[in-house]
Ligand binder design. Structure first.
Ligand SMILES: [Zn+2]
Length: 387
C-alpha cells in the first residue's frame, strides 16, 4: 500500500520469503488470515457463481492459486515503488506484506518533490498494468480459467484505484504531498496538508466501514474501519516525524553532545581507572588517550568486566580499549541527522566528536532520546530549532 519510511514496528515480526535485487521480501503473520479469507470467499461464493458446474476441488485449488497470485501482485506493486526509488537514489531495504497490503521500507526520504511523486505513482502503475494485461488475455480463455483471470484483472485495477485515494500515507496521499511540495517548495507544509486530508479520508473510511458492517457486510466493513484507523495513526506518526524529528535532526552535533568528556590515559591500570573514574563517576564509556594527549580509543565497563578481577592491577586500559579505527567519530559541525545515521541499530554505540583532530565531545544514544523526550514535552517552539 504505502511506501513507509521509518517507524512501522507493527510489521517487524514476520518471515523472510526471498531476496529480490537485494531487497528482503517479508511476510507478516496477518497475511495468513487474508489468504485464508480470500481463498474461502472465492471458493465458496465468487467462483461458483460466475463459473458454474465445476467440482469443489477445482474451485478451492483455483481460489488458493488466486490468493497467492494476489500476494505476488502486491509484491510487484511494491517492487514498482522500490525500483523507481532506487533509480531516484533512495534505497529500499525490505518489502513487507501484511494485512493491508505491502509496505516498501525506504532507507531515506526522497530528495525532491518530483522524486517523491514518481516513487508514489510507480506502485499503482504496476497494479494497473497487471490488471489491464489480465483483462486483455482473459477473452482467450473460457470457463473457470477465464473467470479467475477476470477476477485477477479487476482486483489489481481496484488496488491501483484504491491506492490512489488521497489518504496519506497511501500512494495517492503521497502524490498529493509531492504535488504541494512541488508547488510551495515547502516539504513540511506539504506533509501537514497531506496528513490533514489523509486523516479526514481515514475518518470517512471508518464511517463508511461502519455503515457497511451495519448493513450486513461485516468482513468488508471491519476491514475498511481498520484501514481508516491505520491511515489516521500513520498520519499522526508522520506528523511527529515532521514536527519533532526533522527539526531535531537539523541541530548541530555541538548542541547535543556532552562537551569535554572525562578521559582516561591508556597506561592506567584497570584498578586505578575503576577506583579513580568509574566509582563515583557518571559515565559508562570513556575516551582513552595516549600519554601525549591524542585519542587512541574508547573503553566501557563491559570491556573491564571481561577481565578477571585479580588481573586488574596488571592490565592497562589501553589493552582492553576499542581502537579508534573501530569507534564511530564525527565532526563537530555535522548535524544530528548524521549522528542518528551512525548510531542506527546499535543502542550501546557512542560517537566521539572531533574538531579537526581535537576531541571535543561524546554522544550517547541517551543524549538523543532525552532531547526527543524534551521536545515532545515542551514542544519544538521551546527550543531554538533551525527551520
Ligand atoms: Zn503503493
Amino acid at each position: 500500500m504505502g511506501s513507509a519510511v521509518g517507524d512501522d514496528q507493527t510489521m517487524d515480526t514476520g518471515l523472510t520469503l526471498v531476496h529480490i535485487r537485494g531487497i528482503e521480501i517479508r511476510l507478516s503473520g496477518s497475511v495468513v488470515v487474508i489468504v485464508a479469507l480470500v481463498t474461502w470467499s472465492l471458493a465458496v461464493n465468487m467462483l461458483p457463481e460466475v463459473a458454474e458446474g465445476y467440482g469443489d476441488g477445482a474451485y478451492w485449488s483455483v481460489a488458493a492459486l488466486l490468493a497467492v497470485a494476489l500476494l505476488a501482485g502486491l509484491v510487484a506493486h511494491e517492487l514498482g515503488h522500490s525500483i523507481v526509488a532506487a533509480r531516484e537514489g533512495v534505497g529500499v531495504s525490505s518489502i513487507t506484506l501484511w494485512m493491508f497490503g505491502g509496505v516498501a521500507r525506504l532507507e531515506s526520504q526522497p530528495k525532491t518533490a518530483r522524486s517523491a511523486g514518481r516513487i508514489a505513482i510507480a506502485g499503482p502503475a504496476v497494479s494497473a498494468a497487471i490488471g489491464v494485461a489480465a483483462l486483455a488475455v482473459e477473452p482467450l480463455f473460457d470457463g473457470l480459467t477465464a473467470a479467475a483471470i477476470a477476477w485477477y484483472g479487476v482486483i489489481n485495477l481496484a488496488l491501483a484505484v484504491f491506492n490512489l485515494l488521497p489518504a496519506f500515507p497511501m500512494d495517492g496521499g503521497r502524490m498529493y504531498q509531492a504535488w504541494w511540495w512541488a508547488r510551495t517548495q515547502d516539504q513540511d507544509d506539504a506533509t501537514r496538508r497531506a496528513v490533514s486530508l489523509g486523516r479526514t479520508m481515514g475518518a470517512i473510511m471508518i464511517g463508511l466501514g461502519a455503515l457497511e458492517a451495519l448493513s450486513g457486510a461485516a468482513v468488508g466493513g471491519v476491514w475498511l474501519i481498520l484501514i481508516g484507523w491505520f491511515v489516521r495513526e500513520a498520519g499522526r506518526a508522520e506528523l511527529d516525524q515532521v514536527t519533532i524529528l526533522d527539526p531535531l535532526s537539523k541541530l548541530c552535533v555541538a548542541q547535543v553532545m556532552t562537551a569535554d568528556p572525562e578521559s582516561v590515559v591508556e597506561t592506567a591500570t584497570l584498578d586505578s581507572f575503576v577506583s579513580h573514574s568509574v566509582l563515583g563517576g557518571r559515565h559508562t564509556t570513556y575516551p582513552v588517550v595516549a600519554v601525549e594527549g591524542h585519542v587512541v580509543g574508547l573503553v566501557n565497563l563491559q570491556a573491564i568486566r571481561s577481565v578477571d578481577r585479580e588481573r586488574w592491577a596488571q592490565t592497562t586500559v589501553g589493552s582492553v580499549a576499542t581502537p579508534l579505527a573501530e569507534v564511530a567519530t564525527i565532526d563537530v559541525a555535522a548535524s544530528v541527522a548524521d549522528v542518528m545515521e551512525l548510531m542506527a541499530g546499535d543502542a550501546r554505540r557512542r560517537t566521539l566528536v572531533f574538531d579537526s583532530t581535537r576531541l571535543v565531545g561524546i554522544i550517547a544514544p541517551a543524549d538523543l532520546t532525552r532531547l526527543v523526550a524534551a521536545v515532545q514535552l515542551a514542544g519544538p517552539e521551546a527550543f531554538e530549532l533551525p527551520n
